[in-house]
Design a binder for this molecule. Structure first.
Ligand SMILES: *[C@@H]1O[C@H](CO)[C@@H](O)[C@H](O)[C@H]1NC(C)=O
Length: 320
């Protein structure tokens, strides 16, 4: 009886007791990180928004992270405003080639496109820009072609993307994962409570489900323009047995109808976590990585820090 009571009292504490980010050394300032390990030597590579997709490497997830330089120092060949300010990289290893998908846009604009750069080694100056993958938006679309994320499901590549203008979308790619197949993009998640809130999706397969992680709320300029508590960036998740739709949250609410279960929110000195991804680390297991504001350091966009935590799964739902 006492034990049952103790368990009852403990459960909510655990549910809302988020872990603090693991420590980081070297270059830890990032936005929208993307992580991969190089197959040849096991080195970690971390890509991020800014500086034409800045990237760094490390022998450990904890660092020290050493800056390598820019993926595309001259910007993207996509002919759009923002082609020298590339965003939100998503990195994969496909057929012995490293793929970095990136966004070209300008803040608050729907005139956007998703591009692709590839390399065999990830060394500096080894990248080839392939320009647009054919996922493009303008004011006539319901979506915004930013924040790419690739997933392969049942042998088919899909690109998840979007934010603002109806939130998260998906489009099928060709068999090489390099171009949109030509079929129309469709919605995966939408928050009707407020337009423009969900972005930065990342899909991850675990067990029988595809998990759609996304960031929700106000991402940026939080030093000068801070929303009501809880309306800043946070990481949420939905899941489905299919990669292509029918995502629901833990309560069974459709994620196209404002559903979403929080995975990580502001707590302690960690504020506005988002821009996340999921990574299978040979040592740490499955980790959730993200950027966040360390309120001891500062709220400016340029101060966002790299963080990660091990994921634990309970009844098929991830928590950190
Ligand atoms: C939807 O928007 C509301 C209002 O901004 C926010 O409180 C809520 O967390 C959002 N939910 C999701 C799933 O993004």
């Amino acid at each position: 009886m006492f034990q049952a009571l103790a368990t009852l009292l403990l459960l909510p504490a655990l549910a809302f007791g988020y872990a603090d980010p693991e420590s980081c050394s070297g270059e830890c300032v990032v936005s929208d990180p993307g992580l991969i390990r190089r197959v040849s030597d096991g080195k970690y590579f971390r890509f991020s928004t800014g500086n034409e997709i800045s990237y760094a490497s490390s022998d450990s997830l904890l660092g020290p992270w050493d800056v390598i330089g820019s993926v595309l120092p001259d910007g993207s060949k996509i002919d759009l405003a923002g082609n020298t300010d590339l965003w939100a990289p998503d990195v994969h290893y496909i057929e012995e080639t490293y793929y970095v998908f990136y966004s070209v846009s300008t803040f608050g604009s729907q005139s956007s496109a998703i591009g692709l750069a590839t390399s065999a080694t990830m060394e500096l100056d080894s990248w080839t820009d392939h320009g647009s993958v054919g996922v493009v938006s303008s004011s006539s679309k319901l979506y915004n072609a930013i924040d790419p994320n690739l997933i392969k499901a049942d042998g088919t590549f899909y690109l998840n993307f979007g934010s603002f203008y109806d939130d998260i979308y998906q489009v099928e790619l060709n068999s090489a994962g390099t171009k949109a197949s030509g079929s129309a993009a469709y919605n995966l998640a939408f928050n009707a409570t407020t337009d423009h809130s969900e972005e930065g999706s990342f899909m991850y397969q675990y067990g029988d489900y595809y998990y759609l992680f996304f960031s929700s709320g106000a991402c940026c300029s939080l030093d000068t323009d801070r929303p009501a508590a809880g309306e800043e960036y946070k990481i949420m998740v939905c899941r489905s047995t299919e990669a292509t739709g029918n995502f629901v949250d833990k309560d069974g609410v459709s994620c196209q109808a404002s559903g979403g279960t929080p995975v990580l929110e502001s707590h302690g000195t960690t504020y506005a976590p988002g821009g996340q991804g999921v990574f299978d680390d040979p040592e740490e297991g499955t980790v959730l990585y993200y950027h966040y504001i360390n309120t001891d350091i500062g709220y400016a966009d340029d101060d966002k820090q790299f963080g990660w935590n091990k994921i634990t799964w309970s009844s098929g739902w991830p928590s950190v």
